[in-house]
Design a protein around this ligand. Sequence first.
Ligand SMILES: *Cc1c(COP(=O)(O)O)cnc(C)c1O
Length: 424
Amino acid sequence: MKAFTYRAGQLACETVPLATIAAEVGSPCYVYSAGAMRAQLQAYQDAFAARPALFCYAVKANSNIAVIRTLAAAGAGADTVSGGEIERALAAGVPPQKIVFAGIAKSAEEIRFALGSGILQFNVESVPELLRISAVAQELGTTAPVALRINPDVDAATHSKISTGRKEDKFGIPYADAPALYGMAASLPGIEPVGLHLHIGSQITTIEPFAKAYRRGIDLFNEIRGAGIPLRRLDLGGGFGVRYRSETPIPAAAFAAMVLELVAGLDVQLVFEPGRAFVAEAGALVSSVIYRKESGGRRFLVLDAGMNVLIRPALYDAYHEVLPLAEPEADAHLEPMDVVGPICESSDIFGRDRYLPLLDSGDRVAFLSAGAYGAVMASDYNSRWSAAEVLVDGDRWAVIKPGRAPGAQFADEAIPPWLEAVRT
Ligand SMILES: *Cc1c(COP(=O)(O)O)cnc(C)c1O
């Protein structure tokens, strides 16, 4: 399902024109299609119909509770990386037995909260973490269900800043150390080893790195079981790539066929943790043109959204397609323009030489594939209005987070008493 299409000359999310939404909630704003999110989840659920798997949505991609709830209502669990994300998942209605707690820096307080909530599993990345989880579980008179996150030493052939499965990356337990660590985990009083976990990176669009990592993971899984530790769950991570420009994502059916062949005959519960794949293409960022300006022989389109709202281009050299909300005529004259944000940083550029009609102040554009790692990474840098978030479902839509005015952003800042009396 395509979330954003032109209808009667206007770019719409499902059936709702983005111009209608922007006129009411203001600009910039994020708009998400619930239907597109459900369709993505459904595609994977269908592909794994022969062997039902649990899809724990990686909440960090877009942690708005309405987004989590949309996916949870369609059967998804949640993959979380902090106590705060567990709180969000619970608030959104995800059953605790469908929540996985990952991340390399779990504090004792977070572990206590997760154990108290009765989550499905802790994905563990180091010996000190294992010892701490065991100690907290003992203190609470319980045992923690644990999967060890194995680093399979596979290069996911993705952007270096989103690769996690090479041995030089900071994530996971070295493959060769795993058997000894499982032995140790099994001997700890507060730990029950229940599974094996791996996640090799993000935005992966070829099947080979997955197949290679999964093969290594399954070999190890069998070895650990052979050693008498009754593992029952294989968590194969996320990282499924999406379309930003000309990428071809792996079809869910092809992905499932690869996995199902590898796990044929293996009695194990399958878990996956996609984030981006469920939400990226379901979201767009709507922004308004402040000025069109020419300087140094270039033409700039200066927008009211910048790296404060969508940091991916500045952080990862990410590409986002930009479309005018008003559909250009078929014979419209297009000009190369540098599309930039309002932030006082040279890296605040969405794209160079984008061919667009001669848009002007007040005209609006949308950045596509902005549903993942967009709103969650926004900041108050430069004190501009923050972007509202809106969820569309068919012809219904609702604000799921209002934009915040600069005044609201500093409302909880305080002048210390010794400065109050100072004349300015
Ligand atoms: C970020 C992350 C994911 C989700 O990655 P996507 O590329 O968004 O699918 C899954 N598992 C772990 C452990 C992660 O850190």
